[in-house]
Ligand binder design. Structure first.
Ligand SMILES: [Zn+2]
Length: 148
């Protein structure tokens, strides 16, 4: 087993640099204003090669989620979750919900982007939008909710 690895292709580097600065930026097509995620060399809507790295609002809505109870990576000990978040800019961001977790269905919950170091590099995650940033105990909250 090994740690999870980031994809660092020629189109991905600016996104990871923006995550390092704790302000996610995605490519926005210069010709039709479609945001791209994951990063790509051309626009999926109009095939334009022109894009500008643009900050996202940092908000979103949970579209789906899953809790993994099996260990796939050494740096993600179960149980841990993965969430699909609809960004207001259009793309669906795959992230992890940290901090307090909603009771019942997570779909439709408003979340906010946050950043923390994980496995030696800055990573994004999301928190419930009504959870104050800086609230601690994310891992403890996650473990407690799934050990019950
Ligand atoms: Zn386009």
């Amino acid at each position: 087993m090994a740690n999870s690895k980031i994809v660092m292709g020629i189109d991905d580097l600016p996104m990871w640099q923006s995550i390092d600065r704790q302000g996610l930026e995605l490519q926005c097509c210069d010709d039709c204003a479609t945001f791209r995620y994951p990063p790509a060399p051309l626009c999926p809507t109009c095939l334009s090669l022109a894009a500008t790295w643009t900050p996202v609002a940092g908000t979103g809505t949970v579209l789906s989620w899953v809790v993994f109870h099996k260990k796939y990576f050494d740096d993600h000990l179960p149980p841990y979750n993965s969430v699909a978040v609809q960004l207001p800019e259009g793309p669906i961001l795959i992230s992890q919900l940290q901090g307090p977790q909603p009771e019942g269905n997570w779909i439709g919950r408003e979340v906010a982007l946050a950043y923390a170091e994980h496995a030696g590099r800055m990573q994004h995650h999301v928190r419930l939008a009504d959870t104050p940033l800086g609230s601690q105990g994310a891992d403890a909250d996650l473990k407690k909710s799934h050990d019950a």
